[in-house]
Design a protein around this ligand. Structure first.
Ligand SMILES: Cc1cc2nc3c(=O)[nH]c(=O)nc-3n(C[C@H](O)[C@H](O)[C@H](O)COP(=O)(O)OP(=O)(O)OC[C@H]3O[C@@H](n4cnc5c(N)ncnc54)[C@H](O)[C@@H]3O)c2cc1C
Length: 458
C-alpha cells in the first residue's frame, strides 16, 4: 500500500523559460487527470501545483461512480482499493420535518463497469493517489512536474479576438522564492474556484463574469470520530435538508475507520438573504448548533469528538446555467491557447455538490480537443469554441436538471411530502437509485406523465 503521508518525489525542475506542449496549472484531481490524459496522448506536459504533498482539500469526500471510472482508466483505482476507504451502498435523505428515505445504490449498474457504487475517502488521500499516479505518467512521457510553484501571472499575447494565452509565470519555493516562466501551445487551468487561468480568460481578456453568488456555494467541513450509526467501512451516507440551510444540506459522510466527514453547504446568495433577514449565524455556528442542539442529531454526536484542525470552509462554483450568459454556459471556459477544467470551469453539480466527476470528465475532454501537431503554433480559437460546446452538450442537461432540483428544495412542504412518499412507495426509491447511478435516467424524471403516475397516484 502506498503511504499517502509521505512526500512525493517529482524529479528535477525544468529550466527557466522551457517550452512545453501543455502546461497544467493545479494538481488537484482535474489537473492531475488533464496532465496524465494529455501525456498519454504523446504531449510533453508541465504539471504545476502550488501546494506540496501531502495536502488537504476541503470536501465532502464522496467519490462517485463517474470519478471512479476515470480513476480506473488512469490506473488509480487499484491504489484506492489497497488503501482504507468507505464503500457507499446507499444514500439516506432526510427532510426538514424529519421524514427519511434510504435509497439503495444499484450495485449491478456499477459492477457492469467493474466498479462499486461509490466510495468515500479523505481528499488528502484521494488527491495524493491521483497526483502520485498522474505525475508518474507525465514524467514517463517526457514531461515535468513541480510542487510548491505558485502561478501568479498568465501570459497573454495580442488583444481582443487575437488574444492568445502563451504560458505562465510565478514563484517556486517558499523561503527564497525563484521567479520562473514557462510557455506552451496549450495552458490548462485547473486551479480550482479561483484559478488564475480562468480569471484571465473571463475577467482580463473577455470582460465576462467569473464569480456569481447565485451560482457559488459556501461549504464548511469538520471530521468527527464515532458518530452513532456510521461506524463501519461500508453502508450509507446521509444528506439532510434541514430548515437552516435549505436549499443546501447538512451531510454526514463516513470515510471509514469510524471517522465521519460532517459539513454543510449553502448558496452564497441565500446566505446573504438570510443575513439580511437577521437570522443567519454563519455556516460554522449553524453546524455547531445542528450537532449540539438539533433533536435529530444531538444524541448521535453525544459520544463523538471533533478531530482537531479539521474545521475549514471553502467555495463550490456550481455549473448551473446562468441567466443571459454573455457567451457560453455555465461561463466562458476556454480561449486561444487555453482550456479550463473542473472547478476552474465552474462545473460542480448544483444539487449534489459533486465536482470531482466533472473535473475528471472535462480533463479527459481536453485531450480530445488538443492535438500537438495540429496546434503546434498554439491551440486555436475554433478548437476552444469546440471544447466549450462539447462540454456543455455533455453536461448541460444534467447540470440544468440539478439546478431545477436545487430550486425545488426551497419548497419545504414539497420536499417533506416527496421524502415521505418515497419512503412508502418502492418505485420512487428505484427511480432515485437510477437517477444517482445514471444521469440519463434523469431525463425520464422530467416526463410529466411518468412523474404523475409514479409520484402522485397512490
Ligand atoms: C465543502 C465542499 C464539499 C464538497 N463535497 C464534494 C463531494 O463530496 N464529492 C465531490 O465529488 N465533490 C465535492 N466537492 C467539490 C470538489 O471538491 C471539487 O469540485 C473538486 O475538488 C474539483 O477539483 P479540481 O481539480 O477542479 O480543483 P481543486 O480540487 O480545487 O484543485 C485545484 C488545485 O490547484 C492548485 N492551485 C490553485 N491555484 C494555484 C496556482 N495559482 N498555482 C498553482 N496551483 C494552484 C490548488 O492548490 C489545488 O491543488 C466539495 C467541495 C466543497 C468546498
Amino acid at each position: 500500500m502506498l503511504d499517502y503521508n509521505q512526500p512525493i518525489e517529482t524529479g528535477a525542475i525544468p529550466e527557466n523559460g522551457a517550452q512545453f506542449d501543455v502546461i497544467v496549472v493545479g494538481g488537484g484531481p482535474g489537473g492531475s487527470a488533464a496532465a496524465a490524459y494529455n501525456a498519454l496522448n504523446g504531449c510533453k506536459v508541465l504539471l504545476i501545483e502550488k501546494g506540496v504533498w501531502p495536502r488537504d482539500k476541503i470536501c465532502g469526500d464522496a467519490v462517485g461512480g463517474k470519478s471512479l471510472s476515470h480513476a480506473k482508466e488512469l490506473g488509480v483505482l487499484d491504489l484506492i482499493d489497497e488503501s482504507p476507504h468507505y464503500v457507499v451502498d446507499s444514500i439516506l435523505f432526510g427532510s426538514a420535518n424529519g421524514a427519511e428515505v434510504r435509497v439503495m445504490l444499484p450495485k449491478e449498474a456499477y459492477e457492469k463497469q467493474g466498479l462499486q457504487s461509490g466510495y468515500a475517502l479523505p481528499r488528502e488521500q484521494f488527491d495524493y493517489l491521483m497526483f502520485h499516479k498522474c505525475q508518474e505518467i507525465v514524467r514517463k512521457n517526457g514531461g515535468s512536474v513541480m510542487q510548491g510553484f505558485n502561478v501568479t501571472d498568465v501570459d497573454v499575447e495580442g488583444e481582443g479576438v487575437n488574444a492568445r494565452i502563451v504560458g505562465v509565470r510565478g514563484n517556486f519555493g517558499k523561503s527564497d522564492p525563484q521567479e520562473l516562466q514557462f510557455s506552451s501551445a496549450l495552458t490548462i487551468g485547473a486551479g480550482g474556484y479561483n484559478c488564475p487561468v480562468s480569471r484571465t480568460i473571463t475577467l482580463d481578456v473577455f470582460n465576462e463574469p467569473h464569480r456569481d453568488d447565485d451560482h457559488f456555494c459556501g461549504g464548511y467541513r469538520e471530521y468527527w470520530d464515532n458518530v452513532e450509526g456510521l461506524e463501519g467501512n461500508e453502508g450509507q451516507i446521509e444528506i439532510h435538508f434541514v430548515d437552516e440551510v435549505i436549499p443546501g444540506y447538512f451531510w454526514l459522510f463516513p470515510v471509514g475507520n469510524g471517522i465521519v466527514n460532517v459539513g454543510i453547504g449553502m448558496l452564497i446568495s441565500e446566505e446573504r438573504k438570510a443575513k439580511k433577514k437577521g437570522h443567519w449565524r454563519g455556516l460554522k455556528k449553524t453546524q455547531d448548533w445542528l450537532i449540539r442542539e438539533h433533536p435529530r442529531f444531538k444524541d448521535r454526536f453525544a459520544n463523538s469528538t471533533m478531530i482537531a484542525g479539521s474545521a475549514k470552509g471553502w467555495q463550490l462554483p456550481f455549473g448551473s446555467p446562468r441567466k443571459n450568459p454573455p457567451s457560453h454556459q455555465p461561463r466562458r471556459g476556454a480561449m486561444a491557447g487555453a482550456m479550463t477544467v473542473g472547478d476552474a470551469a465552474s462545473l460542480v453539480d448544483p444539487f449534489s455538490g459533486e465536482g470531482i466527476g466533472n473535473a475528471l470528465l472535462s480533463a479527459k475532454l481536453t485531450s480530445k480537443h488538443f492535438d500537438k501537431n495540429l496546434h503546434a503554433d498554439g491551440f486555436t480559437t475554433e478548437a476552444a469554441e469546440a471544447y466549450m460546446e462539447e462540454l456543455w452538450e455533455i453536461l448541460g442537461k444534467e447540470l440544468s436538471n440539478s439546478k431545477t432540483l436545487q430550486k425545488m428544495m426551497k419548497w419545504k412542504r414539497l420536499t417533506n411530502w416527496f421524502i415521505n412518499k418515497a419512503n412508502r412507495k418502492k418505485e420512487i426509491g428505484t427511480i432515485m437509485s437510477e437517477m444517482i447511478a445514471s444521469k440519463e435516467a434523469q431525463t425520464e424524471l422530467w416526463n410529466p406523465w411518468f412523474l404523475f403516475k409514479t409520484i402522485v397516484l397512490p
